[in-house]
Design a protein around this ligand. Structure first.
Ligand code: NAD
Ligand code: TDX
Length: 344
């Protein structure tokens, strides 16, 4: 198959491109703008693979998208490209609407015109909003996004529904829980805590630290997306989850222990506005219909991840010494989240 992967230089996208190049005979075109989150180092070594082509460009560039779809005779699209960080969407929602909503619409429209046969939209569990102490999101849970990021993903997710209902365009939507693993940008919880701990810097836990996330190893997410690409039913939605709920504070403590650091590094900071309390995914549908299940248990995945960040210090040190420094200062420095909260 000729597959267009968008956002293939990011965290999940690069893991997915690697899966395709190593585990299938497919041709892969990777369209990525290389924003702050895109990094060609994530796919170092694959540039020379004759089945792989990288194109630097914007999914909002209609002519470019059209050209790639035609020239490469693209049969399937797997759409990861997005602005992906909730905190950044609180600071500046506009780019989230442009990339996540308009970009998705352009890809859908051009893919339909080009006769693309399968389109996977990588959505997120955040479209469902927040849970209380009980319950899990199922595919029919009403969408109730709370952050600008989540609202932009929900809009894109619903555009996919509209393209299926209106045009019979063969799009499948996945809604996955929190990913972790190699190549995750160190603004997200797990890599941020690992990198800070390794540099003996404070570990900023938002609010009381009792918010719950369901963690899934990135390789398992990629296998789930691939199962949906190959065997998913057009028009269907697939929840993907790790069956692995953790409170943020417990997770941070676990990381501190794995790294042999002091718990005194843990610092409670001002909460994220609109912070969703709990996510939990019922992934029974993809497990029964597509025979997928998470393979990597959390302790194994977390140790693997910690080892990767230990062995690839240059990768994250370079990121943290660039533009990211000013982001970090803005978010966590004076005027940012330095005010202490903590469990009551
Ligand atoms: P990421 O931020 O690491 O990567 C996003 C990639 O998209 C980057 O390479 C970036 O350069 C590229 N990109 C951004 N704007 C672009 C544009 N206009 N045109 C082309 N490329 C552009 O994100 P991630 O964590 O790998 O997430 C990938 C996808 O998975 C996103 O759609 C996200 O919403 C979804 N998702 C992520 C998680 C998670 O836990 N990280 C969970 C569920 C769903
Ligand atoms: O410094 C921090 N301290 C902290 O307590 C950061 C960065 C996060 N947190 C908390 C907020 C969340 O409760 O940790 C939890 C996880 O935060 P993120 O890593 O920012 O992830 P989250 O907001 O849950 O969203 C992620 O999962 C769903 C991805 O970033 C999204 O792209 C995906 O859609």
């Amino acid at each position: 198959m000729n597959i267009l992967v968008t956002g293939g230089a990011g965290f999940i996208g690069s893991n997915y491109v690697r899966l395709l190049l190593e585990g299938s005979g497919d041709r892969v075109v990777n369209l990525d703008l290389l924003t702050y989150a895109g990094n060609l180092a994530n796919l170092a070594g694959y540039e020379k693979d004759p089945r792989y082509r990288f194109v630097r460009g914007d999914i909002c560039d209609r002519e470019l998208v059209r050209g790639i779809l035609e020239d490469e005779k693209i049969e399937a699209v797997v759409h990861f490209a997005a602005e992906s960080h909730v905190d950044r969407s609180v600071e500046g929602p506009e780019i989230f609407i442009k990339t996540n909503v308009l970009g998705t619409e352009i890809l859908l429209e051009e893919s339909r015109a080009a006769g693309v046969e399968r389109f996977v939209m990588v959505s997120t569990d955040e479209v469902y909003g927040s849970l209380g102490d009980d319950g899990q999101f199922v595919e029919s849970t009403p969408l109730a996004p709370n952050s600008p990021y989540a609202a932009s993903k929900a809009s894109a997710d619903l555009l996919c529904r509209a393209f299926f209902k209106t045009f019979d365009f063969p799009v499948m939507v996945t809604r996955c829980s929190n990913n972790y693993g190699p190549f995750q940008f160190p603004e997200k919880l797990i890599p941020l805590m690992i990198a800070n701990a390794l540099e003996d810097k404070p570990l900023p836990v938002y609010g009381d630290g009792l918010n719950v996330r369901d963690w899934l190893y990135v390789g398992d997410h990629c296998l789930a997306v691939d199962a949906v690409l190959r065997n998913g039913v057009p028009g269907d939605i697939y929840n993907i989850g790790g069956c692995n709920e953790m409170r943020n504070l417990d997770l941070v403590r676990m990381l501190v222990d794995k790294l042999g650091k002091s718990h005194d590094l843990i610092t409670f900071v001002k909460d994220r506005p609109g912070h969703d309390r709990r996510y939990a995914i019922d992934a029974a549908k993809i497990m029964t219909e597509l025979d997928w299940k998470p393979d990597v248990d959390f302790q194994t995945g977390l140790s693997r991840t910690v080892d990767w960040y230990l062995e690839n210090r240059v990768w994250w040190e370079e990121i943290r010494s660039g533009d990211y420094t000013s982001y970090y200062e803005k978010m966590y420095g004076d005027g940012g989240r330095h005010t202490s909260g903590g469990p009551s």
